[in-house]
Design a protein around this ligand. Structure first.
Ligand code: ATP
Ligand code: MG
Length: 444
């Protein structure tokens, strides 16, 4: 793609076909004189993810946030050429379009158009009324193609990519956070997961803190129910490169939870006694019981990652551990444990900043270890090892999420949303008493 945009001035563009609960489609009319309608859309900025561009444009043009929609399909590689009259005023030949089909969960009446001067009017159209003649001539071919791909019942065009949204173990419907989910068997490249991504929150950091505060209260309430019910066990596994933010994430996201229902277990280099046992010995002892949340700060995954990269044992040892871990986690899940596996994904540049700051502040210096520099020198090997590990151990019952980690506030927000979503999907309520409380009088 960069090659293409370098040689030919095609502008990358993200467009949103937004469908609401009634099956209606949102079109906007621009401020100019022309009588045409268009889908909310806009150009991708330099170094921007296409999903981010989509989220930004949809927010700016029609005031719908990523939390309010679900991406259902994606159609890449459509092009429309600007008419020659147009070309004189812009430096692009045309637009290289990616169309997204979005399901809007928000009530249509709340659409807010005040944010962008580009759209002066918006309207929800019946699908049958959306036809290419509503659009400028040079877009009609693409519009025809998109409507056919997204809405015809005939077999879909080969370039239509149904996003692989995997139902979570509880079969909850897909959610925006699934963009960070690595579905079992899905091929992915770690370098395509931007540590700076923030496409699920478009406001500022300061604005996000208001939501984050509410989320922490929500998490507190859910944990009370979890504890009161005593039926489910929650295991959160946090992995990251050094200074990847595991401690900060635990501290911020879970700070309001009743300490009686939460255990955080850091796994450091194994002791002699631990090494004298199988690698899951020290792990299995710590898994949650009913009503508990346990967070693993590093985990049995070190027995693959650290062992592989630091060459602590022969390769055959860590290679066979993929299978043992899959079986172990499957057993835990089948016995009633909800497993949430999170890789906090930071960039090498951000790691440098954080290690530097450990060296510079007396209250962080104790965290700095000479080993960290050795590990940093092996950055690429760690990245490869993480890639292979996530690919091999993301399973239906315990999938991995790769959460962008460079912005601490965004990471916290998304981890909080993710954990809340998993807890909510358990549909918990407080246990019903076996007596009628109104008939009971506490003696004086
Ligand atoms: P931070 O991310 O803040 O630096 P940390 O998790 O790295 O915190 P440390 O005490 O600095 O905490 O390091 C723990 C070390 O223990 C890591 O280098 C990790 O690779 C190592 N470790 C954990 N489990 C194992 C294991 N099973 N085998 C080998 N090394 C392990
Ligand atoms: Mg460390």
């Amino acid at each position: 793609m960069p090659m293409d945009s370098h040689c030919k001035p095609w502008r990358r563009n993200a467009a949103a076909v937004i469908v609401n609960k009634d099956g209606k489609i949102l079109l906007g009319k621009d401020a100019g004189k022309n009588p045409f309608w268009h889908f909310p859309q806009g150009g991708v900025m330099k170094n921007e993810d296409i999903d981010h561009a989509l989220a930004r444009e949809v927010w700016e043009e029609v005031g719908i946030r990523p939390a309010d929609y679900i991406i259902q399909s994606q159609l890449d590689g459509l092009k429309y050429t600007y008419p020659s009259s147009h070309r004189k005023s812009v430096r692009w030949v045309g637009q290289d379009q990616t169309y997204f089909l979005l399901f809007c969960k928000k009530d249509s009446l709340n659409i807010n158009l005040s944010r962008s001067p580009e759209i002066v009017k918006a309207k929800w159209f019946d699908l049958k009324d959306v036809n290419p003649s509503l659009f400028p001539k040079f877009k009609r071919q693409v519009v025809r193609h998109v409507l056919k791909a997204f809405f015809s019942n005939t077999p879909q065009s080969p370039s239509l990519k149904k996003l692989s949204v995997m139902p979570s173990p509880s079969n909850s419907p897909s959610s925006p956070i699934d963009k960070y989910l690595i579905a079992p068997g899905k091929k992915f490249m770690l370098k395509n997961h931007s540590p700076e991504d923030r496409s699920l929150y478009l406001g500022s950091k300061e604005e996000s803190l208001i939501e984050f505060d509410k989320l922490r209260n929500e998490l507190q309430e859910l944990q009370k129910k979890l504890f009161a019910n005593g039926k489910h066990k929650i295991l959160i596994i946090l992995q990251a490169m050094d200074a990847g933010g595991k401690d900060g994430c635990v501290k911020h996201v879970f700070s309001r939870i009743d300490p009686q229902g939460l255990k955080v277990i850091p796994f450091k280099k194994p002791t002699e006694e631990e090494l004298a046992h199988d690698f899951l010995w020290r792990i299995h002892k710590e898994v949650p019981g009913n009503g508990q949340i346990v967070i693993f700060n590093r985990s049995h995954y070190e027995d693959i990652i650290a062992v592989r990269v630091k060459k602590l044992f022969p390769d055959a040892v860590w290679k066979r551990r993929y299978r043992f871990i899959q079986d172990f986690e499957e057993m835990l899940a089948d016995e009633g444990t909800v497993i949430i596996k999170i890789f906090l994904n930071i960039s090498k540049a951000e790691q440098k900043i954080r290690l530097d700051s450990r060296l510079q502040s007396p209250d962080k210096l104790w965290k700095f270890q000479m080993d960290d520099l050795d590990d940093r020198n092996r950055w690429d090997e760690f990245q490869d090892a993480y890639h292979d590990l996530i690919q091999a151990t993301s399973t239906e019952k315990s999938p991995w999420y790769i959460i962008p980690g460079d912005r601490k506030w965004y990471r916290n927000l998304i981890v909080a949303r993710l954990v809340i979503e998993k807890l909510k999907s358990l549909n918990m309520s407080y246990p019903r008493p076996t007596f009628d409380p109104t008939t009971i009088k506490i003696p004086d």
